[in-house]
Design a protein around this ligand. Structure first.
Ligand SMILES: [Zn+2]
Ligand SMILES: [Zn+2]
Length: 337
């Protein structure tokens, strides 16, 4: 008995007649989290975690039909028992558990096991079939602890300050930017790009506290940023806006900084391997903990990773999806603005 099917529109739940993170317009979409490649526009109805509701409204439109649900809360959709469980990726991110006639499938979206202090920590959910990402599914990807990552950011800000430089961090507007803000809180006046501010508002609306900051307007003179801390999204790299910042040193924050290969990022002054995705050991740990008999690998290093799982005795299959255009080294991971 099959519960899910990979269709041109997205991951389809057969007995439930709905989709999970579809990439084409459908009637009913269950959304794992607010990144653009998982939460697209054009769905008649959306169901997501409560914390994802303001993100979808901010990104897709205030007039969408969206219903929120809590973690562990379960509802029935056409005979299928559906529940959302923390994925630890960004705020509101969820693994979606489907149960039908005793069989359980979990679609994990994007996830990480490291606790970032902002997202609800990842919860392991046992299942028969597990759908996983593999953005960093190669053994070279192994993160430092969050404490070590934060200390590295703080040291860099301190070093720049001692040398009269302005610290500019480049990180995704949803998830990464807020982690950077939290890590360097109290180290000096903080300024963020408007796109980050917009998503900070979504965090605040669900009661998540972020450090104080001001929004930068790059149309104006930005000399006042001198020796402060600025956080901008990846789209601003190599832009005229960035070049207006006085005495700037800029750092990229992404799991891809493990290997500084991509030409586009070579001019950065620093790179920090900080990611909202599981690294190699954590992917394996999470997958083993599900005790699934079958693992579908949807995006990232799908071919290599599913081959490896088969070699260690876990039945696995690579699946073609339309996630992950945004998870490439060129986009600094994440999932769109
Ligand atoms: Zn994501
Ligand atoms: Zn993804």
């Amino acid at each position: 008995m099959r519960i899910i099917q990979f269709r041109p529109e997205g991951i389809y739940c057969i007995p439930g007649d709905f989709y999970i993170d579809p990439w084409r317009p459908v009637d009913m979409a269950l959304i794992t989290h607010g990144h653009a490649d998982h939460a697209r526009s054009g769905m008649k109805k959306y169901l997501c975690h409560h914390f994802t509701v303001p993100i979808l409204k901010s990104r897709i439109g205030a007039d969408i039909q969206v219903q929120g649900i809590g973690y562990q809360e379960s509802i029935r959709i056409n005979q299928v028992k559906v529940s959302f469980h923390p994925a630890g990726h960004i705020i509101g991110s969820a693994q979606i558990r489907l149960e039908y006639k005793g069989k359980v499938v979990v679609i994990s979206g994007d996830y990480k096991l490291q606790e970032d202090g902002l997202s609800t920590p990842f919860e392991s959910v046992k299942c028969h079939e597990f759908v996983t990402e593999s953005t960093f599914g190669l053994p070279i990807y192994q993160w430092k602890t969050v404490q070590e990552q934060n200390a590295a950011l703080q040291d860099w800000v301190g070093y720049n300050r001692d040398n009269g430089r302005t610290s500019v961090f480049v990180g995704y507007s949803l998830g990464k930017a807020q982690r950077i803000m939290q890590a360097i809180s109290g180290m000096g006046p903080m300024y963020v790009h408007y796109s980050i501010h917009r998503l900070n508002e979504a965090y605040k609306s669900v009661g998540i506290h972020l450090p104080d900051y001001q929004v930068v307007d790059f149309r104006e003179d930005v000399k006042y940023l001198n020796q402060g801390i600025v956080i901008v999204p990846p789209a601003l790299v190599d832009s005229a806006m960035l070049r207006k910042i006085p005495n700037m040193a800029y750092a990229l924050c992404s799991g891809w900084m493990t290997v500084r290969g991509a030409r586009r990022w070579r001019s950065a002054d620093a790179g920090f391997a900080i990611s909202d995705h599981a690294d190699w050991p954590d992917l394996l740990e999470a997958i083993k903990a599900t005790q699934a008999d079958r693992v579908y690998v949807t995006h990232g290093q799908t071919a290599v990773f599913s081959k490896f799982l088969n070699e260690i005795g876990m039945e696995s299959e690579e699946v073609k999806t339309e996630f992950g255009d945004e998870h490439s080294v060129d986009s600094l991971e994440g999932g769109g603005e």
